[in-house]
Ligand binder design. Structure first.
Ligand SMILES: *Cc1c(COP(=O)(O)O)cnc(C)c1O
Length: 220
């Protein structure tokens, strides 16, 4: 992949999001771009920040803190990678949104840390729509029970669902499944769609798309 010019690529992605929303009869303001800055050099991120992007996604707690702690003001940071329980305290303190609530142990630890911190990030439950053994997320069959347990057992209040469809399958059915599980559980937010499929995700109701390489260039 040739190097891209991040400000131009960013403007292009923003325009494509708006067009996809309009084509789906949706208000473009109802689809948020989470710019996935993981592993990107600061030279690629700075111009996107300067262009006005305020919402960023990161995979790892430590890396996110190194990149953003000194320039945290006014930004909204999403944790989109797997969360280890020994990082839950830092994650609750640092992130506005944690998209990877995916097992009871993490629900319990997050509930404890939220209690202690007196502040709660917005939480998404990650669903492994393709039931891939190597991928995190609750299976679609277990999602209703898991969401119910998050609410009643742990007192958490998830706002939405997140998925990463299998790379080798058409993503549409996975996005449709995520939307269905969210609707029957009364969850309004859908984090779905990445560089290769965000327009499809918007058609299926994504309220946020997580786009990395199409904005910043291929990761090293
Ligand atoms: C890296 C990553 C993305 C961004 O992927 P691109 O294909 O570069 O847009 C989105 N979501 C998650 C969970 C990721 O880990």
């Amino acid at each position: 992949m040739p190097p891209i010019d991040p400000p131009a690529a960013y403007a292009d992605v923003v325009a494509r999001i708006a067009r996809a929303a309009q084509a789906a009869g949706r208000d473009p303001r109802d689809v948020e771009l989470v710019a996935v800055s993981k592993t990107q050099p600061w030279d690629a991120i700075a111009p996107v920040l300067a262009a006005g992007q305020k919402v960023f996604g990161e995979n790892r707690v430590q890396e996110a803190m190194e990149r953003w702690a000194e320039r945290r003001e006014g930004l909204t940071l999403h944790l989109i990678g797997p969360l280890q329980s020994n990082k839950a305290k830092e994650a609750v303190a640092f992130f506005d949104v944690i998209e990877t609530l995916d097992r009871e142990k993490i629900a319990r630890v997050l509930a404890e840390e939220i209690q202690k911190a007196g502040k709660a990030p917005a939480l998404y439950v990650q669903v492994n729509t393709g039931e891939e053994p190597q991928k995190a997320g609750v299976s679609p069959a277990d999602a209703d029970a898991f969401i119910a347990a998050a609410r009643s057992t742990y007192g958490l209040n998830p706002v939405g669902l997140m998925c990463i469809p299998p790379a080798e399958e058409p993503p549409g059915p996975h996005f449709a499944l995520l939307a269905k599980v969210a609707a029957r559980n009364g969850l309004a937010k859908l984090s779905m769609g990445m560089s290769g499929d965000f327009e499809t995700a918007i058609r299926f109701g994504a309220t946020s798309v997580r786009v990395g390489s199409a904005v910043f260039g291929a990761r090293g």
